[in-house]
Every structure is written in structure tokens, then in C-alpha cells.
Ligand binder design. Structure first.
Ligand SMILES: [Fe+2]
Ligand SMILES: [Fe+2]
Length: 288
């Protein structure tokens, strides 16, 4: 198995070979018609499988799927913003000199293009990017924990995002521009994920043995809470309101408690949760 530094050389080559231009990659139609097409695949809509979903007409479901894709693109965009900041801060450090820093330049370049791509869609067709609601509290870190927490956050936004990208990029039912954005994102993210998994597992191996039981417990509690708070952004009352769904806050509350929605959260999170357990960052899968 290649180390992260070895992987970084190969991934940088691939980033150069597959470089794309965000300004010419897409034809952006002047407007979209939210009621007439699927935008988010219906099974991925946050309230799919609930009575609230079943009670909507197909036109209303399609309209909701439009605002849900805008919310999903907003979630990924706003997750990528601090990611760029953190990657930039980690360049040219002793531990990342050479190939890793070179790859971080590609990472930042690609994430910046993703943000332009997502914000163009959101602003052009919905007139907004939905703000995120996650609250990040400042806290003390054990040795190495700040870096580990940072790369956990990177991996969570990228793994959750990639589940949706993969599920939608070949879906012929949904709007073709949306399918293409998912595809373009997935191709870059496959490299980011390969690097992030390896780099984080090396950080975990390097630092975890030095943490005491308390420090391990505090970290695991934070990681589970962070993952749950990410999911909170998927049940956005502003989305329900914009789509004309009645009782937007009630619908959010219902969905967070509904077994079909919980099953979906667990299914989508499984890959990243299994990874965290595998590299000893979690003892077990958290309740979501
Ligand atoms: Fe991205
Ligand atoms: Fe990424």
C-alpha cells in the first residue's frame, strides 16, 4: 500500500492530466423550470419515504427536488470553503513538504473550481446559496488532534457528497446539467478521497497512541456530534418553505426522527463511519 506521500505524486500527475476549465466545462441555460423535471433523484430527497413526501403531487415533488439539489450543492460548497483554508494553512509545513504540498495545491485549485461551479448553479437558478447551520465551538486539542479533526471534517463532507454524486451522475431521470455537475465533482473527489483517507490514517497512527482515555473519549464524542450536525443541514426548513411544503419546521423535526430518514443517514454515512472505526478514530458507529 502506497504512503500518502507516494500517493501524492501519482495524484498530482492525474490532476494535471485531468485538469479542466470551470468557465468552459458547462453550458448554463438561461433558466431552469423547477416544476418540470427531477433535479435531486427522488430517493435522495431528504423526506423520501415519509407521509409528507407521499402527500405531495409529482409536480410538488419535482419542485422540492430542485430546492434540495440547491441545498446539497450549498452544503458541499460551504464545506469546501474552510477546507481550502485548512489545506492552505497546512502547505509548506515540515510534515507536508515536497509531494504532499504539491498535491495540496491541486486540492485547493480543484476545490476552488468546485465552489465556482456550485455557486454558479445556486445563484443563477435559485438566487442564493443556503447558509449552513453548523456551530463550531472553539476547544482545546490533544497533540495532533487539530489536524486529525480537520481531516475528519474534510472526509465527512467529501464522503457524504460523493455518495450523492455517484448516485446521480449517471441518472437519466434528472436534469442533465445537474447529472454532469455530479460527474465532474466525483472525478476530482475520487482523488481527494484517496489522499484524505491515507493521510488521515497516517495521522491517526502517529498520534492516537499518545492520547489518554479522556482525550480519546472527548474526540469521539466530538466526531459523532460533528457528523450528526452535518446531517442537520440536509433537513433545511428554508428548502421546504421555498418549495411550498407546509409546516417547514415540523417537517424537519419529523424527518430527523423518522426511521426511513435515519436509515438513509446511516446508509449514506456507512462508508466514512466504517473507515473511522477501521483507523480507530471511533469505537463504534454513532446513532444518527
Ligand atoms: Fe469538491
Ligand atoms: Fe474535494
Amino acid at each position: 500500500m502506497a504512503t500518502a506521500a507516494e500517493l501524492a505524486v501519482r495524484l498530482s500527475d492525474a490532476s494535471v492530466r485531468k485538469a479542466w476549465d470551470v468557465y468552459s466545462a458547462f453550458d448554463w441555460p438561461e433558466s431552469l423550470t423547477p416544476d418540470a423535471e427531477w433535479y435531486m433523484a427522488p430517493e435522495l430527497v431528504s423526506i423520501y419515504g415519509t407521509d409528507a413526501w407521499a402527500s405531495l403531487s409529482e409536480t410538488e415533488q419535482k419542485r422540492l427536488s430542485f430546492y434540495e439539489i440547491v441545498n446539497f450543492f450549498s452544503f458541499v460548497l460551504l464545506g469546501e470553503r474552510p477546507l481550502i483554508e485548512g489545506m492552505t494553512n497546512r502547505m509548506y509545513r515540515k510534515a507536508s513538504l515536497g509531494a504532499v504540498t504539491e498535491y495540496l495545491h491541486h486540492f485547493v485549485d480543484e476545490e476552488n473550481k468546485h465552489m465556482i461551479m456550485f455557486s454558479t448553479f445556486c445563484n443563477k437558478y435559485a438566487g442564493k446559496v443556503y447558509p449552513e447551520k453548523k456551530i463550531l465551538l472553539p476547544r482545546e486539542y490533544a497533540k495532533g488532534e487539530e489536524d486529525i479533526a480537520f481531516f475528519c471534517k474534510v472526509l465527512i463532507v467529501e464522503e457524504l457528497g460523493d455518495y450523492y454524486n455517484l448516485a446521480m451522475m449517471g441518472d437519466t431521470r434528472i436534469n442533465p446539467l445537474v447529472a454532469k455537475i455530479n460527474k465532474v465533482h466525483h472525478v476530482d473527489e475520487a482523488r481527494h478521497l484517496a489522499f484524505g483517507r491515507e493521510w488521515l490514517s497516517e495521522l491517526a497512527e502517529q498520534h492516537l497512541a499518545g492520547w489518554n482515555d479522556d482525550e480519546r473519549a472527548v474526540f469521539q464524542k466530538w466526531l459523532a456530534a460533528y457528523l450528526a450536525s452535518c446531517w442537520g443541514d440536509f433537513y433545511n426548513p428554508a428548502v421546504y418553505k421555498d418549495a411550498g411544503v407546509e409546516d417547514a419546521y415540523g417537517v424537519r423535526k419529523m424527518a430527523l426522527a423518522h426511521p426511513a430518514c435515519r436509515e438513509m443517514r446511516e446508509r449514506v454515512s456507512k462508508k466514512v463511519v466504517d473507515y473511522f472505526v477501521d483507523v480507530n478514530l471511533l469505537d463504534e458507529a454513532p446513532a444518527l
